[in-house]
Design a protein. Structure first.
Lengths: 220, 278
């Protein structure tokens, strides 16, 4: 099992409506793209599950959409603060794909920068609700960006190995068009390591724990 | 004193490293038939705790005994099996089929429809079905938990597990219940004073061994349960936030005991009941 370690905050940078939390890496293994970490959210009972955004030298970064009390607490951390970090957890993306295409929607772009680096910067399509949200695209240079009402599925080319993360309707729409796409899903999670059975999703007709079986699932 | 997990708060086969920090492992509740559990959303954090509505997801008694239990024994820790059901017969038949474990009767899950019989009736039927140690896990949502404790003791319980979660509800931004089942079991730090009161009341009512649980986050919290009369302590929600909580809480408890001048947890047992002498 991975370790839980107290890491020092290197800084928090705004990117559009999002916050990029930078942590000194300590001895934590960044894992593979699409894996996630449980981050202590100051003042909250439960930690928050966040996929790794980037792994620059000596750091781990996480992209946060401050929408609830936990993500707001994380976005308000300051350089020098310490938080407990547990991971990497779950199963990430398979990288052995000949023609990768990254697809991200909204805060679902979070795991794509680290994934893009691992795949040597393949083409990417990113969808956002507003121009302000689309400022997040700065994390994935050269990506094609679409803004609502244009959807990522409107511009999705054929014959690509799709690796995607985003809101559930987007993932469902991608799965309908690209049945063998690798999709990173999200579910409310208490523990992240298979203890609470809170994050179950239906996989092959059975309820399974997303933290153990996912978060990246391939339907084919 | 034993340090255990609260039932349903740890999967020892997925996280053996956490289970091995405990003195004994308590399983998720086992029912006669397999159960998928409730549909998602199953958990919701609140300001001072969390709600869960897992719904007793488990492989069912037959597969549990045939597949899960042998694997759990390989951990090398004593096993406590949490037994659930929807009738007295459900509980008694599962008890009859278990060997070489301690049994904790889940008489109080807030996430399923309960057996219509009283806790004491279920305990009496299980007592007749097995000679194994039998702990009764009681709900704090009762007017007089001391009376419940006396009743299950008279019915043959060997110990008490105090407390189960309380039923709670959380609403989302649109004022709809966050959990698919609407209500769930409320646990975490907010439950701690409730657990202390229940252990305190039951210690006055009976001399049965008590496993205290409910919102324990630290060694100090564990010591308070012991002071109220808990012989053993179980960790629940804290395991979700910290897989190394058993090691940490054990170390903190040792420090707290030393600071308060106790040589062991047993020396601190029930000290909250002692009259202060000036």
């Amino acid at each position: 099992m991975p370790r839980r370690e107290s890491l020092r905050v290197a800084g928090v940078e705004p990117i559009g409506p999002y916050s990029l939390l930078r942590l000194n890496r300590g001895s934590v293994d960044p894992g593979t793209p699409g894996q996630f970490f449980m981050l202590e959210a100051p003042g909250r009972v439960l930690p928050r599950a966040l996929s790794l955004c980037q792994a620059p030298r000596g750091e781990l970064t996480f992209l946060i959409d401050p929408v609830g009390p936990g993500t707001i607490a994380l976005s308000q951390l300051e350089a020098g603060d310490q938080i407990a970090v547990f991971g990497p957890l779950g199963n990430g993306f398979r990288l052995d794909v000949p023609r990768p295409l990254l697809v991200g929607g909204g805060i679902g772009i979070a795991p794509l920068p680290y994934l893009a680096e691992a795949l040597e910067h393949p083409p990417a399509i990113l969808g956002f609700r507003t121009e302000f949200h689309a400022e997040g695209a700065v994390l994935i240079p050269n990506a094609e960006v679409v803004i609502d009402p244009v959807l990522v599925t409107d511009v999705l080319p054929a014959d690509r190995d799709v690796l995607a993360c985003g809101p559930e309707p987007m993932l469902e729409a991608i799965r309908a068009r690209v049945p063998d796409a690798q999709l990173a899903w999200e579910a409310p999670m208490a523990c992240g390591y298979g203890a609470c059975y809170g994050c179950v999703v239906e996989i092959d007709g059975e309820l399974k724990r997303l933290c153990v079986e996912g978060p990246v699932l391939c339907s084919s | 004193m034993l340090l255990l997990n609260a039932s349903g708060c740890l999967d020892a086969l997925t996280a053996p490293g956490t289970a091995q920090q405990l003195d004994a492992f308590v399983t998720k509740t086992v029912t006669p038939e397999p159960r998928e559990g409730n549909p998602p959303v199953r958990i919701a954090e609140t300001d001072f705790g969390m709600l869960n509505a897992i719904g007793l997801a488990n492989p069912g008694r037959e597969r549990f005994i045939r597949e899960t239990l042998p694997e759990l024994r390989l951990l090398g820790r004593p096993i406590w099996v949490s037994v659930g059901g929807f009738s007295t017969q459900d509980y008694a038949e599962t008890c009859e089929q278990l060997e070489d474990v301690t049994i904790e009767l889940n008489l109080s899950c807030p996430n399923v429809d309960e057996a219509p019989e009283s806790a004491a009736e279920i305990v009496a039927a299980c007592r007749a079905a097995t000679g194994l140690p039998l702990y009764a896990k009681l709900s704090p949502a009762t007017w007089d938990i001391g009376e419940s404790a006396r009743a299950v003791e008279a019915a043959g319980a060997d110990g008490l597990s105090l407390v189960n979660t309380l039923r709670g509800l959380a609403l989302d931004r649109n004022l709809h219940p966050t959990l698919a089942r609407s209500t769930g079991g409320y646990s975490g730090p907010a439950l701690r004073p409730v657990a202390l009161a229940a252990v305190h009341a039951c210690r006055r009512a009976t001399q049965l061994p008590i496993v205290g649980m409910g919102g324990v986050q630290s060694g100090r919290d564990a010591l308070e349960l012991i002071a109220c009369g808990a012989n053993h302590v179980a960790l629940g929600t804290v395991l979700f936030a910290d897989p190394e909580a058993p090691t940490r809480v054990r170390a903190e408890l040792a420090q707290e005991l030393a600071r308060a001048g106790f040589s062991s947890p047993e020396n601190a047992l029930s000290v909250a009941h002692e009259r202060v002498v000036n």
